[in-house]
Design a protein. Structure first.
Length: 227
């Protein structure tokens, strides 16, 4: 699953049984789709941050107990040195497209948050990566792509499973734009994590795009007390 991070301590794993794969498939569907749909149906009550932090904590405990999970994946600073330039290039293109689109389609929205609420925007810049981005990456990249690899394999199907779950959870914000954008972002972040095995890399890229959304004027589509 991870190109740059393999665990020397992990013993050879026996192929999972059909029953085990079936159990994990049902668990994946219930956890990432059934539970989210239930949360939406009851009106997405309260901020998603407390349950997000709780789930990230449980996922962390699970992964720390797994001998076949590479501990280097928690950070992976060396991978960031290799990835920061291509990440920034792609991000710059996305930023240019987003600014141009809003300037034409909704100029009143452009840079709305930093213009009208600069202190809130500054707080988002500081706290969003810590309390939203990294916990999401623990759940949707490290946990999901480790636990459900027996179901989806180690290639593009696993990336798709991560991206679909990540996009679907954004239904809690009550609009399709957030789902579509995070589906694309989920694919990008999952591929980056799959290639580099670094939650730091995936989190930095996720934070760049998330802060872009809040900065250019699309934050209303993603805000539910989440920042």
């Amino acid at each position: 699953m991870i190109a740059d991070a393999t665990s020397a301590a992990a013993p050879p794993a026996a192929p999972p049984s059909v029953g085990r794969r079936g159990y994990l498939a049902v668990e994946y569907a219930l956890l990432f789709f059934g539970a989210v749909l239930g949360y939406v149906l009851v009106g997405s009550p309260g901020s998603p941050i407390p349950p997000l932090l709780l789930l990230a904590g449980l996922a962390t405990i699970y992964l720390r107990r797994r001998v076949d999970f590479d501990r280097r994946s928690w950070w992976g600073r060396a991978a960031l040195r290799r990835e920061w330039l291509p990440m920034l290039r792609l991000w710059a293109v996305a930023a240019g497209v987003a600014v141009a689109a809003l300037a034409v389609l909704a100029p009143d929205r452009l840079f709305e948050l930093p213009r009208q609420a600069p202190l809130l925007w500054a707080a988002i810049v500081v706290f969003y990566p810590l309390f939203s981005v990294y916990p999401q990456e623990v759940i949707f990249r490290a946990f999901l792509m480790h636990r459900y690899a027996p179901v989806f394999g180690s290639g593009h199907w696993l990336v798709a499973a991560s991206a679909l779950a990540f996009g679907f959870v954004h239904l809690i914000f009550g609009n399709l734009l957030s789902v579509v954008l995070t589906l694309a972002g989920g694919w990008l972040f999952a591929r980056r994590y799959q290639r580099r095995g670094s939650l730091l890399v995936a989190s930095v890229e996720h934070a760049l795009y998330g802060l872009l959304v809040f900065t250019v004027g699309l934050g209303d589509f993603f805000y539910h007390g989440a920042a």
